[in-house]
Design a protein around this ligand. Structure first.
Ligand SMILES: NC(=O)C1=CN([C@@H]2O[C@H](COP(=O)(O)OP(=O)(O)OC[C@H]3O[C@@H](n4cnc5c(N)ncnc54)[C@H](O)[C@@H]3O)[C@@H](O)[C@H]2O)C=CC1
Ligand SMILES: O=C(O)C(=O)Cc1ccc(O)cc1
Length: 367
């Protein structure tokens, strides 16, 4: 498609969207704006955008499509501001915020002017932020939820879906309320719990510093999302406050149940608690992208000799397989260690497995 696309907020999500839009629509002209001159300059230097907007107002005025990709409290302010600006006839506005109810309420000021606003949430990302971490295929196979506002007709949704084709995401329409409840349960609440687990470990670590060393493996994995951007999660939590308060209250009841099962040494109850959780978790789709990205990890049982990591990464480099992370599980003190290599997607993980199987005799297993 042709047209002027204006992206306000050139961080991880704005930058990734710019890349995906450009890939599918090379004729589009992408203008960018960010409060931080450093991000804007980097986006231009890396050719992620075609041009820096002279100002937010100028970028908005010339746009056929406006994509807001800033933290959710800022998104509300930006929507208010847009409603007071002269905009092109037929302009389409969308956002990428992780919450939807408050944003859709705020967007009524646009509807009042007959401007089509479609809430959007690409449900993939990372704990990293900033344009340097942006990726063209960040949203590949992820769900991309849309919440069309009152002035958005079917034709507007169809146009937005076309603009978003390069994301290769699975686009679904939901109501803002459905959205906030679902993401509250599977994304926002887990961020609070991950942070609370880390706080607990930190507290105990003061008296028992061995915790820090032993927490390297599984604990680090299940609390990975506690390394997310605190500013962004502060805003998301405030926006989805009601749902989160209700989930916290349910959780408190559930923890009281666990406390009582354990106090009573109720073997049957404890078994059921873990087994029910295992059954539901095992039934979840393993490798489609959810709100919290899956790990595409390969475990390699390697002998502990100098150079073993460069040997393996060398084989992968020869086959041009990119890795996103590499670490040694430090839980074993014997001569063997487990090398954990992470990949961007399942295809790369399987290619790596074949490659290492062909070139070595090391035992491999998938997580
Ligand atoms: N990080 C993630 O994994 C995901 C984030 N989101 C949502 O996408 C939005 C953007 O998040 P990220 O790209 O991760 O954040 P980020 O921190 O990487 O980028 C946000 C950018 O917005 C800029 N900004 C902030 N206020 C601004 C304003 N008033 N005017 C212009 N620029 C402004 C910042 O300077 C920054 O460069 C947020 O609403 C977030 O909830 C949605 C899906 C995933
Ligand atoms: O890996 C992480 O930190 C995530 O949980 C990614 C993420 C962050 C925010 C969203 O609205 C959706 C996905």
């Amino acid at each position: 498609m042709r047209g002027n696309v204006f992206i306000a907020g050139l961080g991880l999500i704005g930058g990734s969207l710019a890349k995906a839009v450009k890939k599918a629509h090379p004729q589009a002209h992408i203008t960018g704006f960010d409060l931080r001159e450093s991000e804007l300059g980097l986006a231009e230097a890396l050719n992620i955008i075609d041009e820096k907007a002279a100002s937010f107002e100028a970028g908005a005025a010339a746009a056929d499509l406006i994509m807001i990709a800033v933290p959710v409290l800022q998104t509300e302010r930006m929507i208010e501001h847009l409603a007071s600006l002269p905009l092109k006839e037929g302009v389409l506005i969308t956002d990428t915020g992780s919450t939807k109810s408050r944003i859709m309420k705020r967007a009524r000021v646009l509807e009042d002017r007959g401007i089509a606003f479609i809430g959007g949430h690409p449900m993939a990302g990372s704990h990293k932020s900033g344009v340097a971490a942006s990726k063209e295929l960040l949203f590949e196979n992820a769900f991309y939820l849309l919440t069309p506002g009152g002035a958005a007709e079917e034709k507007h949704v169809a146009i937005l879906k076309k603009w978003l084709e390069g994301t290769r995401a699975k686009i679904l329409e939901v109501t803002a309320e459905q959205h906030d409840e679902i993401t509250g349960v599977i994304s926002h609440f887990p961020h609070i719990i991950a942070a609370s687990l880390v706080h607990q470990a930190r507290k105990f670590n003061r008296d028992n510093p061995l915790i820090e060393r032993l927490a390297a493996g599984g604990f680090r994995d299940i609390t990975r999302i506690a390394s997310s951007n605190p500013e962004m999660w502060k805003d998301i939590s405030l926006h989805n406050k009601d749902i989160l308060l209700s989930l916290l209250s349910d959780w408190r009841d559930e923890m009281n149940d666990v406390l009582s099962i354990l106090e009573r040494e109720d073997e049957e109850g404890l078994y059921r608690y873990f087994d029910d959780a295992k059954t539901f978790r095992d039934s979840l789709p393993a490798r489609s992208q959810g709100a919290i990205p899956a790990f595409y990890e390969l475990y390699v049982d390697v002998p502990d000799y100098p150079g073993v990591i460069s040997e393996l990464t060398g084989y992968l480099a020869e086959e041009r397989i990119s890795i996103t992370n590499i670490r040694i599980m430090e839980t074993r003190d014997d001569v063997y260690g487990i090398l954990v290599i992470s990949f961007q997607n399942e295809k790369d993980r399987l290619r790596a497995k074949n490659c290492i199987e062909q070139k070595t005799t090391y035992d491999l297993f998938l997580a």
